[in-house]
Design a protein around this ligand. Structure first.
Ligand code: PEP
Ligand code: MG
Length: 326
């Protein structure tokens, strides 16, 4: 079976009825680009940059310097050989603490994390933005902001990006002046109010891991409530479809990069809901591609519509089973 999947590497991901689907990789470190390329990823949809910042306890520099970051981002860009690399700014906190011993927030998942933290540490944030911008001189780079909840966080982030660009111009350092800036949609408040700020962004990426956590009030890392962590909860599906519709209306492309994107049991559901860009762990790329190749959107679409109109949760589970049997 692995052999068969290996042959899929170079094939484009297209449904039986000719709908193209973009399959990209989630990476944590530049070294993950090898497996991503091997599995035929057409780019990196999510570079979780916080992994460069974690596990540095005891090192002289608690944070990676701008140059160290630049080297890592550039390494990923070069390894992807002209395919786009989406670098997410520091998403630190909760399940990804800088230092476990220092985590003192009463409720880290709801605390000063990700973009909230970055906006309170402007020098650190500017250094990261400069490092990402510098890497954009070596190949296509996109910039992704995590954990947005408020429209003003986008305005502040965009202003900081402009400031970082100005600093580089001042120093005569090359970067892509047209670098695309997108946001993670992973807090229900952002999904629900998308029309109020979506036009300021070049693209969106739905983070289902946190979207489910915050919608259902289920700590994604707490085993005691893992049985209640449900991607098919009607509220989760409502937020997904609402986000896709609002993004489409604004003409802003939307991807999905949470675990749902790499779950072959859910590929047809997500296709049926209108998603055409999936970013996932490299190991899931070929199984998901196989699922795309075996799917026919004209058969999926009516069942997906039924799912969104379902009046009881069991009907959703049954319709997802029906999709898988098509
Ligand atoms: C997500 O929240 O779905 C996501 C992709 O980001 P992370 O898992 O790194 O929080
Ligand atoms: Mg997240």
């Amino acid at each position: 079976d692995r052999k068969k999947l290996g042959k899929l590497r170079k094939m484009p991901a297209v449904t039986r009825d000719g709908v193209e689907v973009a399959l990209l990789a989630n990476i944590e470190l530049p070294e993950d680009c090898g497996p991503a390329m091997d599995a035929g990823a057409i780019g990196v949809g999510l570079f979780r940059s916080e992994f460069l910042f974690m596990g540095r306890t005891g090192q002289v520099n608690r944070l990676p310097t701008e140059d160290e970051q630049f080297e890592s981002y550039r390494a990923a860009v070069l390894a992807m050989k002209g395919r786009p690399v989406t670098i997410r700014t520091l998403d630190i906190g909760a399940d990804k603490p800088l230092d476990h011993a220092e985590q003192t927030a009463l409720n880290p998942a709801l605390g000063l994390r990700a973009i909230r933290y970055c906006l309170t540490e402007p020098q650190m944030f500017l250094a990261q933005l400069r490092a990402i911008l510098r890497a954009s001189a070596f190949g296509p780079v996109k910039l992704l902001i995590p954990m947005l909840a408020h429209a003003f966080e986008i305005d502040q982030s965009l202003a900081m990006i402009e400031q970082a660009k100005a600093q580089l111009r001042e120093a005569d350092i090359k970067f892509d002046p047209l670098i695309q800036v997108g946001a993670m949609i992973e807090i229900p408040a952002a999904a629900l109010t998308l029309p109020m700020f979506v036009k300021r962004l070049d693209f969106l990426s739905i983070g289902t891991n946190d979207l489910i956590q915050y919608t259902l009030a289920i700590d994604r890392a707490d085993h005691e409530v893992a049985h209640l962590y449900d991607p098919l909860h009607p509220a989760v599906l409502y937020l997904l479809s609402h986000t896709i519709a609002a993004a489409d209306k604004a003409g802003v492309p939307v991807a999905v990069c949470g675990e749902m994107a790499g779950d072959t049991k859910l590929t047809r559901l997500l296709l049926g809901m209108g998603l055409r860009e999936f970013s996932m762990h490299p190991a899931q790329l070929l199984p998901v591609k196989q699922e795309v190749l075996n799917s026919d959107l004209s058969l999926i679409a009516p069942v997906a519509r039924k799912i969104l109109r379902a009046t009881e949760p069991q009907a959703i589970v049954e319709a997802v089973e029906q999709l898988r049997a098509l």
